[in-house]
Each structure stands twice: as structure tokens, then as C-alpha cells.
Design a protein around this ligand. Structure first.
Ligand code: F6P
Length: 320
């Protein structure tokens, strides 16, 4: 029987993680569970940084970006010794089940905790990249695309005033979800994503057709095979002598107050994660598909590549 559960946030922080923590503490309390926060992701788990959460600790955090539980990218968890220490800490703290909020790296670790040490653990999708199979959206994605769109709109003003060509790079690692959505939302002339090869000649002719004295905004996913926005800008300069500006939005996309959508998603998945542990589920990610809460084996979240919906690519190419 579950008495004490733990949760942690891991990998890149994502807006909405605090709403998620709050929901887990509240729902856990209502179900009669003690809820423990692990501070600093897998590093904190190995080091034994555990803290009992209560209503006061989780009050007034729903609107805050980042994660009050902190996060890490933990190298030690890649080796067996690190994972053994983590499992020992969880047992020493009498943890009956764990909720791991993060991306595919986090889920790899969670899967190993279950298979190697039989620690009951469920994952929740917390990443701005939206690249996890088994959920339509990840916690943090909606905020990130809105933040990126606001920044791009501002760059467009100056691009327009000067009649300049801008390559704007957005995050997303190996996935083009952010690029595609903000490309459409900001009326970009071209969207380069890691999922498809970028054709420099086609891109150049697209820009020429637009008019070289006109503002041209091109969105580039950071994982594009030509080396992101800098790579494309350089390639087009070398081949056609065409000058352009490069703007890399970077970590601004990970911060800030979560949108309503992210707060609601984070709260819903937090509540569902607590109930999943109570029902005996383990080694699954709790996601949302077509408005329904779903449970997919953790392995499936990274083994099947989540495609950027084809309709988005079609829209992006016809709306230019
Ligand atoms: O996974 C989220 C993310 O922001 C990616 O979009 C990006 O590639 C990566 O994390 C950056 O990670 P870090 O902040 O550790 O450099």
C-alpha cells in the first residue's frame, strides 16, 4: 500500500513544473499520502536531498516559471553505481512510489530504476520540446511557443523597418515542434526543421521571390542539419553572397510564468500521476491524447519518434 511518494523534476526546466508539483502535493495529501520532494533531480536523489512537501511549501508557486524543486542533468545516473545509490536512498526514505517529471533522458533513468531496482515509478512529460510520443503536448511547450512568438514579433518590427533577412533560431533539440508552430504563428517565410532536409537553393529563391529589400523572417529549429540559424546563414552567404542577421532565442524560451494551458495540463497530469501510483502502475508515462489521460510504457516515449503533424508543414508552406 502506498503511504509515501516522492517527486522530482529533471533535465531542462519547463514552465508549468511548479503547477505540477503543487497538484501532486495537493492530490497526494487528499489521498492520505505523504509527498516528498527530491531536490535537484537525479543528483539530489543520489545525494539524499529529500524534503517533505506541504500546502505552505507549494502555495503561491502555480504562476512561477522554473522549478522550486530545482533540476539537473546528472552524469552519475548513467552508471550503475549512481542508480544503485539512488535506489538505496529511496528505500532509506521509505518511498513507495516516485513521479519523475522531465523528458526522454529522465524517462531512460526512470525505466532503469524500475528494471534494475524495482522502484515503482511513473513519468510525466515536462519539457518545452514537445518531443515525447504518447502525449499530444508536454508541460512547458505552450509557454515556450508563446514566449518565442512574442520575441519573434519584436524582431519582425526591426526586420521590417530595415528590410532585413533574419534567421531566428528556436530550441527543440532534435524536434521541430517549436519551430513549426511559431513559424506559422509569426508568418515566417520559411521554417527549417530537423525532421526534413533544408534546401539552401530553394530557400534562397524563396527569399529572392519575396524581394531582397523586404523583411524576411526565417525560423530555424536548433537541430537543423545545416547547423542551426548560424549554419544556414553562413551557407547562404557563401553560396550566394547574401547577407543576413542571426538571432538565437536561447533559454528565454524556458523561463517565465506558465500559460493557462500549461498550468491546467500540469495540474491534470499531476493528479493523474498520483492516482496511477495508487492503482499500482509503474514504468509508464502519463500523457494526454485527444483530451484523455493516457498511459504509455516509458520505453515507447523515446523509441517511437513523434512526428511533427504533416498538416503543420503543409500550412507553413502555403501560408508564406
Ligand atoms: O530539452 C529542453 C532544451 O531546452 C532543448 O530545447 C535544448 O536543446 C536543451 O534543453 C538545452 O539544454 P541546456 O540548458 O542543458 O543547455
Amino acid at each position: 500500500m502506498m503511504k509515501r511518494i516522492a517527486l522530482f523534476t529533471s533535465g531542462g526546466d519547463a514552465p508549468g513544473m511548479n503547477a505540477h508539483i503543487r497538484a501532486i502535493e495537493r492530490v497526494g495529501g487528499k489521498r492520505g499520502l505523504e509527498v516528498v520532494g527530491i531536490i535537484g533531480g537525479y543528483s539530489g536523489m543520489i545525494a539524499g536531498h529529500f524534503e517533505v512537501l506541504d500546502r505552505i511549501r507549494t502555495a503561491n508557486i502555480i504562476d512561477r516559471g522554473g522549478t522550486v524543486l530545482k533540476t539537473s542533468r546528472c552524469e552519475d545516473f548513467f552508471n550503475e553505481e549512481g542508480r544503485l545509490k539512488a535506489a538505496q536512498q529511496l528505500r532509506a526514505h521509505h518511498i513507495d512510489g516516485v513521479i519523475a517529471c522531465g523528458g526522454d533522458g529522465t524517462f531512460h533513468g526512470a525505466h532503469m530504476l524500475w528494471t534494475e531496482h524495482q522502484i515503482r515509478i511513473v513519468g510525466t512529460p515536462g519539457t518545452i520540446d514537445n518531443d515525447l510520443s504518447g502525449t499530444d503536448y508536454t508541460i512547458g511547450y505552450d509557454t515556450a511557443i508563446n514566449t518565442a512568438a512574442q520575441a519573434i514579433d519584436k524582431i519582425r518590427d526591426t526586420a521590417d523597418s530595415h528590410g532585413r533577412i533574419f534567421f531566428i533560431e528556436v530550441m527543440g533539440r532534435h524536434a521541430g515542434f517549436i519551430a513549426m508552430d511559431v513559424g506559422i504563428a509569426c508568418g515566417a517565410e520559411y521554417v527549417a526543421v530537423p525532421e526534413t532536409l533544408t534546401d539552401i537553393d530553394e530557400l534562397y529563391h524563396r527569399i529572392v521571390a519575396q524581394g531582397l529589400d523586404k523583411r524576411t523572417v526565417i525560423i530555424v529549429g536548433e537541430g537543423d542539419e545545416l547547423g542551426g540559424a548560424l549554419g544556414i546563414s553562413k551557407a547562404i552567404q557563401e553560396r550566394y553572397g547574401m547577407a543576413s542577421k542571426v538571432s538565437i532565442l536561447g533559454h528565454i524560451q524556458r523561463g517565465g510564468a506558465p500559460t493557462v494551458r500549461d498550468r491546467v495540463l500540469a495540474s491534470r497530469l499531476g493528479a493523474a500521476a498520483v492516482d496511477a501510483l495508487i492503482e499500482g502502475k509503474t514504468d509508464v508515462m502519463i500523457g494526454e491524447v485527444g483530451n484523455q489521460v493516457t498511459y504509455v510504457p516509458l520505453e515507447n516515449t523515446w523509441m517511437t519518434r513523434k512526428p511533427v503533424p504533416a498538416y503543420l508543414a503543409d500550412l507553413a508552406s502555403i501560408l508564406v
